[in-house]
Design a protein around this ligand. Structure first.
Ligand code: AN7
Length: 367
């Protein structure tokens, strides 16, 4: 029996995306590749847009809220979208090694795609501030992991210089191919909704993703695939909110280590997106982030704390949501990335030390 990869018959109920072979394959006309480009893919993209009615109910007026669950990508974050493009182009250009600075997700994606493409992967991370799952991934995928005694911003400074002086390709979001790949998430949102949403809520660290989503919406708008553009609502962790402060933060802090970034690489681009989309940048506290994180968990959606910033932000500015609006919150990373935060910040009690017999278990259950 052969595995069906296309809709061969009109009456075949197999959904079209059954034959999905990654986002470069799906969006080839809109991406900088040719027929001879050696595509490096793990079949990323095509992630679900999930309605979250309990979050919509919190807004207090009639709205529709969806989450774009990009934590379901092959390495568990949206970074895979950018990395399939960046590694594909690095390989095409003959690179032998890539390097990135990372709060964790970029390093996991860079490692996976680089090794799959046969390249060396160097990742520079802030020692002690990368969630456990992300660190595990970089090691298993076979990256050369360098933990520095400094934060992400310091790591990115070093990586930028490495790229200038040594034969390594930088795959942080200063690499323009990253944004090209990441813009495909906006394409998918438009395809799923049949139009652009009214609002797009998104966590902001280096501000690559907010820039990429805007690129994607604008491109689809120009092609007539949507007849409006969303208001781009960016959210930073309050302890790491340089764009809102208007100056770099030397010692950024937040439970959302993925966005513990004090000097965003795409700062100016983010400001331009905010202006062009009549959007806003707002801070969310760790407490607000963790509240949203738990609300999502109770919808069956497990994201990492940084991702919950998008939902925390929506709840924070809910008074400004227009009635009848369609809102998409981007969930950038999978909750399994950061099991320590999950266990530490869950309000659900783990009941331990129970005697292994029926009566004892029933009693604890309240029967
Ligand atoms: C889960 O991995 O910067 O605003 O080095 O991992 O595009 O930077 C991660 C960023 C949001 C912010 N959510 O996106 C890295 C890194 C998650 C993230 C962001 C990140 P950008």
């Amino acid at each position: 029996m052969s595995f069906p990869t296309t809709n061969e018959r009109q009456d075949d109920p197999v959904p079209q995306k059954r034959g999905w072979r990654g986002l470069i394959d799906a969006y080839r006309p809109y991406l900088p590749v040719t027929d001879s480009t050696p595509i490096v893919t793990l079949y990323e993209g095509n992630t679900p847009l999930i309605p979250v009615p309990s979050i919509a109910a919190e807004i207090g007026k009639k709205v529709e809220v969806f989450v774009k669950y990009d934590g379901l990508n092959p390495t568990g974050s949206f970074k895979d979208r950018g990395m399939t493009m960046a590694i594909t182009k690095a390989k095409e250009e003959g690179a032998k090694a890539v390097i990135c600075a990372s709060t964790g997700n970029t390093s996991a994606a860079a490692a996976a795609y680089a090794k799959r493409g046969g390249l060396r992967a160097f990742v520079v991370i802030p020692d002690g501030y990368v969630a456990l799952g992300k660190l595990a991934q970089a090691l298993v995928y076979g990256a050369e992991v360098l933990a520095i005694r400094g934060n992400f911003d310091k790591a990115l400074d070093i990586v930028r210089e490495m790229g200038e002086h040594y034969p390594v390709t930088v795959v942080n979001s200063i690499n323009p191919y990253r944004l090209e790949g990441q813009k495909t998430a906006a394409f998918e949102v438009v395809e799923d909704l049949g139009n652009a949403p009214d609002w797009l809520c998104i966590p902001v660290g280096n501000a690559g993703n907010i820039t990429a989503y805007w690129m994607g919406f604008c491109q689809y708008h120009q092609l007539g695939k949507c007849d409006r553009l969303p208001k781009m609502m960016g959210f930073q962790a309050a302890g790491s909110a340089p764009i809102i402060a208007g100056h770099p933060i030397e010692h950024p802090e937040t439970v959302a280590t993925a966005i513990r970034i004090g000097n965003p690489a795409n700062w100016q681009k983010a400001l331009a997106v905010g202006e062009a989309s009549q959007g806003e940048f707002n801070p969310v506290t760790d407490e607000e982030i963790l509240h949203a994180y738990r609300l999502l968990g109770r919808e069956g959606v497990f994201c990492e704390p940084a991702s919950a910033a998008s939902v925390a932000g929506l709840l924070k500015v809910k008074d400004r949501v227009p009635t009848g609006a369609t809102i998409v919150c981007v969930l950038t990373g999978n909750g399994l990335k950061d099991p320590d935060s999950a266990i530490e910040h869950s309000e659900t009690q783990l009941r331990q030390g129970i005697e292994p017999d029926l009566e004892a278990v029933a009693q604890v259950m309240g029967f």
